[in-house]
Design a protein around this ligand. Structure first.
Ligand code: PLP
Length: 357
């Protein structure tokens, strides 16, 4: 008899219901997010050596192309349960794409504040198509976040940035998935930090699994920021953060305290990587592993490569790839080593000659 394949995955709330603050009454707004692949990356492992095993958690394969969907399915489901009719967020792009998709699917209005001119093309396209109302401000992400925080306290509109505790609840499931796949927690978790919600969520997830005996160890939390947007590394507010990795172009992270706690309790580290190091990792992932992530995501791998000499023998490492490369086509077009023969005559001979025959 032919085997029929019916996917039983219906999103992370259903999969991890008993670990999440939901009840029978919660309306689940889902696009079947989560269950993203944990992919070995041998070319990175070879660069580290010493018997290391390196994987990427490819969260760019979520429904809107970033890990933000993990938090948004929770935030929007709870907003709907509470009877909210509209949500708002500040965003470097991915939060707005995700908020728009989930809000509209749940029948809610979505308002997004973005820093004018600093949102990657793919992300803006998504927010437009999902039908969000977009407010582009003359200011950066930190300015936008301040405004939406204040507005959400004054008006009946739900804030869905990572200060919303349901966001981190949803995002912690990525740690569960890693342990469920490996059968144990990794030794190191390398992750980019912007507002530092995700590193805090992973730490919460690993700890909950540890306490429930689902894993016997906890990973060192290794958080990475872009050199000119590194408030947690240099321990100060950055007034004018800059980086090609626009998703982590943040100078005053709201989850600062939680992230520092994760680093200290796990005996991990924070460090900065230059845009050049980010692009180098981005190109290795693309051209040697076949994995296309956005530049902010590549900061996790850039950070690992920076720490190569400090990796102990036989270490299992997971780098979190937070977003899909298709989000930022400009970055791809401007930063690659592709051989591009243009203006080639339309005949077999010329094409064969160009191929080197
Ligand atoms: C939001 C985002 C980050 C940063 O996550 P935080 O929780 O703000 O630290 C990193 N990479 C991508 C692609 C993102 O969208």
């Amino acid at each position: 008899m032919a085997q029929e394949f019916i996917s039983s995955w219906t999103g992370l709330i259903n999969a991890y219901r008993s670990w999440l603050p939901v009840s029978e009454e919660t309306p689940i707004i889902s696009l079947h997010e989560g269950s993203t692949p944990l992919i070995p990356v041998p070319s990175i492992a070879n660069r580290i050596g010493k018997g290391s095993k390196v994987y990427v958690k490819y969260d760019g394969l979520n429904p809107t192309g970033s890990f933000k969907d993990r938090g948004m399915t929770m935030a929007i489901s709870k907003a709907k349960e509470e009877g909210c009719e509209a949500v708002i967020c500040a965003s470097t792009g991915n939060t707005s794409a995700s908020a728009a998709a989930y809000a509209k699917r749940g029948g809610l209005k979505a308002f997004v504040l973005i820093p004018d001119g600093y949102v990657a093309q793919g992300k803006l396209a998504q927010a437009l198509v999902y039908g969000a109302e977009i407010i582009a401000i003359r200011g950066n992400f930190d300015d936008a976040l301040e405004i939406v925080q204040e507005i959400s306290t004054k008006y009946p509109i739900k804030l869905v940035n990572s200060v919303n505790p349901y966001r981190l609840q949803g995002q912690k499931t990525a740690a569960f998935e890693i342990v469920d796949t490996l059968g144990e927690a990794p030794d190191w978790l390398c992750i980019p930090m912007g507002n530092a919600g995700n590193i805090s969520a992973y730490w919460m997830g690993f700890n909950e699994y540890y306490k429930a005996n689902k894993c016997k160890k906890l990973p060192k939390m290794m958080g990475f920021q872009a050199h000119e947007s590194a408030p947690l590394v240099f321990n100060k507010i950055i007034e004018n953060p800059e980086t090609i990795a626009t998703a982590i172009r943040i100078g005053n992270p709201v989850n600062r305290e939680k992230a520092i706690k994760a680093k200290e309790m796990s005996k991990g580290a924070f460090s900065d990587v230059t845009d050049k190091e980010i692009i180098n990792a981005y190109q290795i992932l693309g051209s040697e592993e076949g994995i296309f992530c956005e530049p902010a995501s590549a900061a996790s791998v850039a950070g690992l490569l920076k720490f190569a000499n400090e990796v102990p023998n036989n270490t299992t490492i997971v780098c979190v790839l937070t977003g899909n490369g298709l989000k930022d086509p400009d970055c791809a077009n401007n930063n690659n080593k592709a051989i591009f023969h243009s203006n080639i005559e339309n005949d077999i001979k010329t094409v064969a000659k160009t191929l080197g025959f």
